[in-house]
Design a protein around this ligand. Sequence first.
Ligand code: ZN
Length: 161
Amino acid sequence: MAEKMTQTASAATTPAPQRATSAPAQATPGAKPTAKGAAKAPQKRKPQPRQRRIPQRTCIMCKQERPKRELIRIVRTPDGHVLLDPTGKKSGRGAYLCAKRSCWEPALRKGRLEHEFGVAISLEDRAALDAYVDSLPSEAPDPAAARPKRAPKAPKTANAE
Ligand SMILES: [Zn+2]
């Protein structure tokens, strides 16, 4: 009986040491990258002034200053067109608007853009701008607006019954 006990005990303990030895072996290659990371750490301490110099532009409607990427550029091309400029690289006189209907709609309807550029926007160009405005969410900045949309799901469970 005693021999069986030792056999089962040794059988149980045998796989455990194997796992223990294999685990450190796997950890060893992983330790090398951490050593490299520690060497890179001092380099990251250098200040990066580039991050502070984010180009700022002002929305012509709400006059709010925002990072250039958050605003939509409209450009008056040299040949008199007024176009959207998603890339911000078109040549011509540019103006910036927030990507919000509350800024776009008055800019188009009240002639704010035409005043800004000093030109009449052609019907064709206006249609393109109107199409863009239609694509904008009406109440994007309001997180509360998204909540009521979940309410209609409740009646569906009632219909299932
Ligand atoms: Zn704005």
